[in-house]
Design a binder for this molecule. Structure first.
Ligand code: ME8
Length: 522
């Protein structure tokens, strides 16, 4: 049996247009899923949509549509987007899937029968967009502490989840284990939510009906977050006739999301699982926000950058590359601008990577009729370069294990910069003029080809088309030469491969012209 790896994105609200923020998490998870598959893991990658709730019901009404009809269109769009970005998910769950709805009802009933859900009355400050109740003290300047919007004093009958019962266990989970990362988020959760005391959570609503009904009290619909969080287990068949996937893949290895929903994933979700007596996920990893003009990119603020336009114009790998390097690894925010996007593509992919590949392939053609030579004599400079190529695989895999995409890609680009410098230092065109230097020239060209092969192998989890384009130009066909373990291993089989000049991997972008075009399109 191979080792398993279960990774999830949040399930997204289909309430407007999909934007680069959703792409960020989904592409990151995709890179991790691909990386784990390349390492031989049996990977289950889950994504999907969170389709119930008042907000979506209202949006649908505004458009004179039934909620299901409204969300269907948006689900089609997001699936197109994931296809365009080549997202390798195993399953796409919708909270309107009948299997999910049935499982959520069973979960709710189970918790009720156990006494962890009970009925009472709720009076508090209600935030409609967040579908959350707050106490007076939790409000920030009189508004919702999560989204900053207006709240209304509301009273209703409600079912409650005994969150308070799990306070100590949740605190221990957050403070004594590596459950929540980056670590900087732990204090925030503990100080803002746990230490002040966890209140029991209102988990049903009677004010709208677009949701999963409480099976034994159908005037109530189940709170959207109980419905949504459960997706991570219902997708695997939890409580269904076939729990095989659940047995195989649960607990999740990584739940990935942005910082605004950490509370739900690191406090409420573990408490629900504790109540269900199920194992807890191994990690909740929260990244920062992709900002646009200083604000979180968001559908409601209308400041979205259309990923369809970017992929159409610059290609799938340029957009994936940008996203995977867009946010710092410490969980803080990053800002998208069209200018930063174009510049990053030009600097890293065109000038550094693309240039290295075309120079090396051209020299191999010119000096060795396109056949990669076997290395012969080497000097100290060559040895230094060889050492760097050899050490990169461990650096990149280690960073990926720590979910540090931007740093992992930074290492890869550093190696390509280093290789370009190696060309300038060894001046192959000078070596080529002297027949006595032929032996050294072979070493130099071989090392360059190996550095490119290693880079292409390590790019496989991140980019889709580029590694193959590089393998093609290097004449690498053998599976052994593209395996992740082979990165930096200097396999003897690389000598003898016949390089072939192909089209430019990333064409240079003219900054001014692109900015003008994008301002018309976005
Ligand atoms: O919160 N920067 O759905 P949602 C980075 N349905 N990531 C961003 C982003 C940005 N500007 N904008 C969105 C929900 N995201 C719930 C989740 S899970 C059981 C239920 C990504 O559509 C990021 O992953 O508002 C964020 O956490 C998620 O989309 C929020 O998606």
């Amino acid at each position: 049996m191979s080792k398993k790896y279960y990774i999830t994105t949040p399930i997204y609200y289909p309430s407007g247009n999909w934007h680069l923020g959703h792409c960020y998490t989904t592409v990151c998870c995709d890179a991790l899923a691909r990386f784990k598959r390349l390492q031989g893991y049996d990977v289950y990658y889950l994504t999907g949509t969170d389709e119930h709730g008042q907000k979506i019901q209202e949006r649908a009404r505004q458009q004179n549509m039934e909620p299901k009809e409204f969300v269907n269109g948006l689900v089609d769009d997001i699936k197109k987007l994931w296809k365009l970005l080549d997202i390798s998910y195993t399953k796409f769950i919708r909270t309107t899937d009948p299997e999910h709805e049935a499982a959520v009802q069973k979960i709710f009933t189970k918790l009720y029968e156990k006494g962890d859900i009970y009925k009472s009355t709720y009076e508090g400050w209600y935030c409609t967009p967040c579908e959350s109740y707050w106490t007076q003290t939790q409000l920030k300047d009189g508004n919702c502490p999560d989204c900053g919007r207006e709240v209304k004093l509301t009273k209703e009958d409600s079912y409650f989840f005994r969150l308070s019962k799990y306070q100590d266990r949740v605190e221990e989970l957050l403070t004594k284990t590596d459950f929540l990362e980056p670590k900087s988020r732990v204090n925030e959760m503990v100080n803002n939510f746990i230490r002040p005391g966890l209140n029991d959570l209102s988990v049903s609503r009677t004010s709208f009906d677009w949701g999963v009904k409480v099976p034994f009290d159908p005037d109530h619909v189940i709170y959207v977050w109980i419905d949504a969080l459960s997706n991570y287990i219902t997708a695997l068949g939890y409580t269904s006739d076939n729990e095989q996937d659940f047995e195989t893949y649960w607990p999740a290895d990584t739940h990935m999301m942005a910082k605004e929903i950490i509370r739900f994933h690191s406090i409420i979700w573990p408490a629900i699982l504790m109540a269900l007596e199920l194992p807890l996920p191994k990690k909740v990893f929260a990244h920062g926000w992709l900002l646009f003009g200083g604000d979180k990119m968001s559908k409601s603020k209308g400041n979205v950058v259309d990923p369809f336009i970017l992929v159409d114009r610059y290609g799938l790998d340029a957009v994936r590359y940008y996203l995977l390097t867009a946010l710092p690894a410490d969980g803080t925010d990053g800002t998208y601008t069209n200018e930063a996007f174009i510049k990053k593509i030009n600097t890293d992919l065109v000038n550094t990577l693309g240039n290295l590949v075309s120079r090396t392939v051209a020299m191999t053609e010119q000096y060795f009729d396109g056949v990669i030579p076997s290395p012969e004599i080497k000097d100290e400079l060559d040895q230094d370069f060889i050492n760097e190529i050899k050490s990169i695989r461990d650096k990149v895999t280690d960073l990926l294990e720590k979910i540090q995409f931007s740093k992992a890609l930074e290492e890869i680009i550093l190696l390509t910069e280093r290789a370009n410098k190696y060309i300038d230092q060894t001046t192959p065109w000078v070596l080529a003029k002297d027949p006595d230097k032929k032996s050294r020239l072979k070493t130099v060209i071989y090392n360059l080809c190996e550095s490119i092969r290693t880079v292409a192998v390590l790019l496989r989890p991140f980019l889709i088309q580029t590694p193959n384009k590089i393998f093609e130009q290097l004449g690498v066909k053998d599976d052994e030469l593209i395996a992740i373990e082979s990165a930096g291993q200097f396999p003897p089989k690389l000598a003898g491969c016949k390089v072939k000049k192909g089209e430019i991997i990333f064409p240079r972008l003219k900054l001014e012209q692109e900015l003008e075009e994008l301002s018309k399109l976005c």
